[in-house]
Design a protein around this ligand. Structure first.
Ligand code: NAP
Length: 259
């Protein structure tokens, strides 16, 4: 089978876990050189070594906090030196912050916005000059169904994810005439370590897991690979006329108004 990302270099944030890890794995299998960014350098280094062995592609890990612009810039420069110009950026690092709006601490608001909204912008600002110089680049932001619909009890996460979809649309239009495409993906509930941690925090995790699956029209929770395949399509030249838009990957759940 021919690869779908031949001679492409992709940078993936949040690559050490869940959806980001699935995207990094699929992209390496599809012929891309991958730069794995995450907070935890050890996990991503082990994954990079494994991907390199499996795919034969150049895969490197970088420890970088997406909320720190200088750290991000330094890691992007190192990645470009090692792998070449970045063709594809996947902003996947994210964090669940679910609080009672009136009990929310300023620090929690700040963390939610910094990781989920400013973080993707920090990465975009670092890779965009190189993409503009080459008049080529594909950016995919991992947003959420929380960027479309409101689930009570999840504040302020939806505020950040609505903002991320706004960032996608705004910058997608801004740079469209210069060979840059910027899109987002909005996953529904996907079984990842973050989702497992949320389920574990519920009073009856097994009952909540079954309740969540029953809410979905397809009666099952999503898998990280299902988001990864959507990222692969958007990041590839197959999607060359798709820009400044969002794809829901939620098994149809968010289209239901009433049961
Ligand atoms: P995950 O398993 O927790 O993976 C997220 C990764 O991002 C982790 O490796 C985490 O590192 C990293 N990260 C967190 N803060 C960071 C920072 N400041 N700088 C760099 N890396 C950071 O989560 P996931 O479920 O795969 O979610 C991935 C993305 O999908 C997120 O943007 C999330 O909002 C979105 N999403 C997920 C779901 C779902 O149901 N799973 C649904 C909709 C949207 P640590 O583990 O070290 O903190």
């Amino acid at each position: 089978m021919s690869s779908r990302l031949p001679n492409k270099t992709a940078l993936i944030t949040g690559a050490g876990s869940g959806i980001g890890s699935a995207i990094a794995t699929l992209f390496a299998q599809q012929g891309a050189r991958v730069a794995l960014f995450d907070l935890d350098g050890e996990t991503t280094e082990a994954l990079a070594a494994e991907l390199k062995q499996q795919s034969g592609q150049h895969c490197f890990a970088y420890s970088a906090d997406v909320t720190q612009p200088e750290e991000v810039q330094r890691a992007v420069s190192e990645a470009q030196q090692a792998l070449g110009p970045i063709d594809i950026l996947i902003n996947c690092a994210g964090v669940n912050v679910f609080r009672d709006p009136l009990a929310l601490e300023d620090d929690d608001w700040q963390r939610c916005m910094e990781v989920n909204l400013k973080g993707p912008y920090n990465l975009i600002r670092s890779v965009l000059p190189g993409m503009l110089a080459r008049q080529y680049g594909n950016i995919v932001n991992v947003a959420s169904v929380h960027g479309h619909k409101i689930i009570p009890g999840a504040f302020p996460y939806p505020v950040a994810k609505h903002g991320l979809i706004g960032l996608t649309r705004s910058l997608g239009v801004e740079y469209a005439s210069q060979g840059i495409r910027i899109n987002s993906i909005s996953p529904g509930l996907i079984m990842t370590p973050a989702a497992e941690a949320w389920l574990a925090s519920c009073p009856d995790p097994q009952a909540e897991r079954e309740r969540q699956a029953a809410l979905l029209p397809c009666k099952r929770i999503g898998e990280p690979q299902e988001v990864a395949y959507t990222a692969l399509f958007l990041a590839s030249d197959e999607a060359r006329f798709i820009n400044a838009t969002d794809i829901l990957v939620d098994g149809g759940r968010s289209q239901i108004y009433h049961e």
